[in-house]
Design a protein around this ligand. Sequence first.
Ligand code: NDP
Ligand code: 8X3
Length: 260
Amino acid sequence: MLNRLANKWILITGASSGFGAAAAQAFGAEKCRLLLGARRVDRLEEVAAQAREAGAPAAHVRALDVTKTSSVDEFATWVRAHTDKIDVLINNAGGALGLDTVAQGKDEDWETMMQSNVLGVLRMTRAALPLMVTNPGSYILNIGSIAGHVAYEGGAAYCAAKAGELQITRALRLELSGTGVRVGTIDPGMAATEFSVVRFKGDDTRAKKVYEGVEPLTAEDIAETLVWVASRPPHVCIDELLIKCTDQAAIHKLHRRKTA
Ligand code: NDP
Ligand code: 8X3
């Protein structure tokens, strides 16, 4: 079968774990060249080595903190030293902090969520666009969430952040009309990654309870979806894709099996 992705340059933010790390493997297996960023460079090095083993002809890593404009701009300068074009930008870095009600919420958690999930997407996209608008058929893929569509208690700031990501995606799609640059959002429901451990600040027991008795999505499910979306021909743009595990009929309607 025709491999439309071979040798394409794929930039993934938040590639040190979860969806980003799995996407690096999946695009590597499609013979893509990878530019990987996150704050934990040791983890990125491991991901890059595995991606090369999977088939990536190149996998470069660099520290990236999407909450800081200087870090994003330095990252973009480093990208330009490797390539003058980006084929796929995956704005994946982000996550939730805490599950507090608004009454109990903490400024630092709210600010971090807005910085990474919202401003991080804006910053990284602004920095990458010069390498994309000259490359019709390139694709900006933002990782949103079911939380951007449906609110839940304790999720006010995270839901607001992902709703923000959805509207950024929609605005960009309009702004880039006519350039040939595609823009889309992949919005997963519950997926077993480090997401809940980060949300609950290292409390593994609480994190595990989120997935108790449920078969959640895996990072590989999302990576496979990203590869499928990115490999559509240039005239096809997957705009918005909501993807949930079968056990999650709705955000509050989870089918949980009894566990021993
Ligand atoms: P993980 O916690 O496993 O991965 C999050 C990734 O984001 C890590 O690589 C982390 O790297 C990176 N990251 C976080 N903050 C920053 C930052 N400031 N700068 C650069 N990188 C950063 O969780 P997921 O893989 O699940 O999360 C990926 C995305 O998917 C997030 O945007 C999340 O909101 C979203 N999502 C997750 C769902 C789930 O249920 N798992 C469902 C729907 C959406 P490092 O710490 O090394 O910087
Ligand atoms: C992560 C999924 O439902 O925990 O975005 O918000 S949820």
